[in-house]
Design a protein around this ligand. Structure first.
Ligand SMILES: Cc1ncc(COP(=O)(O)O)c(C=O)c1O
Length: 361
């Protein structure tokens, strides 16, 4: 890592790869001899359109997105998509929402404004420590779509399979696991993600939508959230988040250069194994997620008391590891170890955890 950078375990916005930051800083004042920064470029200029198209093409290659899917860059982060999905596709009909955490619940609440929401599963009784088996889902046959959240950032759980929805379009919020592992895009009708964890910086949402859905979108959807309008205008209905798209382009190029999603997934598995193996080897810390539902991206656990949780986060910060305090809904500790977190950061955290347990156990 670059000198003076710390290991930032934040859930998002979160770490970016050093290489990405270095390239951005080199190009900041004068992008490719244009005499201006990317932030100052017209989104219609040839220079910027090259960045835009290359970002889309690289994302398509890296995620192996089939031609039957459009890639959109939209405003309003993932929360904008909670509304966009329902406004475009619910249209006073019914949809199934699988509630495995706080963001899945927020998506369902937003959709309730625009139609009938069936809660196909709600993990509140296990405090969202569990990802349901297919047999636990009450899917309804008239649903226009099924919505799930692939990785639950707050609770630290992640789907390790995706349910068969028997032809009903499957929609996934992948804000906190996109680009972290191989995903078969063809299983989904629509995937969306806020960019600020594994894709770049905040505000931008990437949307991958199967083309046949576009003609089914409700024409009354405000144009800024309309998939149909966005496709028609190649995400340039208005001025897109030009700099965020440029950063996303750098992130996917970095992934491609280091060996693609296969390499990233291997690295993520190694990092997650290091910390979970340690958690399983001791009894000072209690993991929140049940074993079969564990997230590779967000590792959640508690120490024996809220005071020790506080002390843990404070002491870790003194040693160059920031943002380890858990979300207020789960409390305890949360270590977000997205793609850009180096193995050494996780190694350092586990070494610290062990020392802290010995000193405070
Ligand atoms: C899984 C998930 N969905 C949605 C969101 C909301 O994203 P945004 O802040 O971009 O609206 C987050 C943010 O942390 C998230 O982790």
């Amino acid at each position: 890592m670059m000198k003076d950078r710390i290991y930032n375990f934040a859930a998002g916005p979160s770490m970016l790869p050093d290489q990405v930051l270095e390239e951005i800083s080199e190009e900041l004042f004068n992008y490719h001899s244009s005499g201006m920064s990317v932030m100052e470029m017209s989104h219609r200029s040839k220079g910027y359109l090259n960045i835009f198209n290359e970002t889309k093409d690289t994302l398509r290659r890296v995620m192996n997105i089939p031609e039957e899917y459009e890639i959109l860059f939209m405003h309003g982060g993932a929360t904008g998509q909670f509304a966009a999905v329902a406004l475009n596709l619910l249209d006073n009909g019914e949809a199934d929402y699988i509630v495995t955490g706080n963001f899945a619940k927020k998506a369902a609440k937003e959709a309730e404004k625009y139609g009938t929401v069936n809660i196909a599963y709600d993990g509140k009784d296990n405090n969202y420590s569990h990802i349901p088996e297919e047999s636990e889902l009450a899917l309804s046959k008239d649903a226009r779509y099924v919505h799930l959240c692939a990785n639950n950032t707050i609770y630290g759980t992640e789907w390790n399979y995706f349910p068969d929805t028997h032809g009903v379009p499957l929609i996934a919020d992948m804000s906190s696991d996109i680009l972290s592992r191989n995903i078969d895009v063809s299983k989904f009708a629509l995937i969306y993600a806020g960019a600020q964890k594994n894709m770049g910086i905040a505000g931008l949402a990437a949307v991958i939508i199967r083309k046949d859905l576009i003609s089914k979108c409700n024409p009354m959807t405000p144009q800024i959230l309309s998939y149909e309008e966005m496709v028609k205008n190649d995400s340039m209905l208005n001025t897109p988040s030009t700099f965020s798209i440029y950063v996303l382009g750098k992130v996917v190029k970095w992934i491609e250069e280091i060996g693609g999603i296969a390499e990233i997934e291997k690295r993520n598995k190694t990092k997650a194994k290091l910390i979970y193996d340690y958690l399983d080897s001791q009894d000072f810390y209690k993991p929140h997620a049940e074993k079969a539902s564990r997230s590779m991206m967000n590792v959640t656990f508690t120490t024996p008391s809220p005071e020790l949780d506080e002390l843990f986060a404070a002491k870790a910060l003194e040693e160059g590891m920031s943002n380890l305090k858990g979300h207020r809904l789960v409390k305890g500790i949360r270590a977000s170890i997205y793609n850009a977190m180096p193995y050494e950061g996780v190694e350092k955290l586990v070494e610290f955890m062990d020392r802290f347990a010995k000193e405070n156990g």
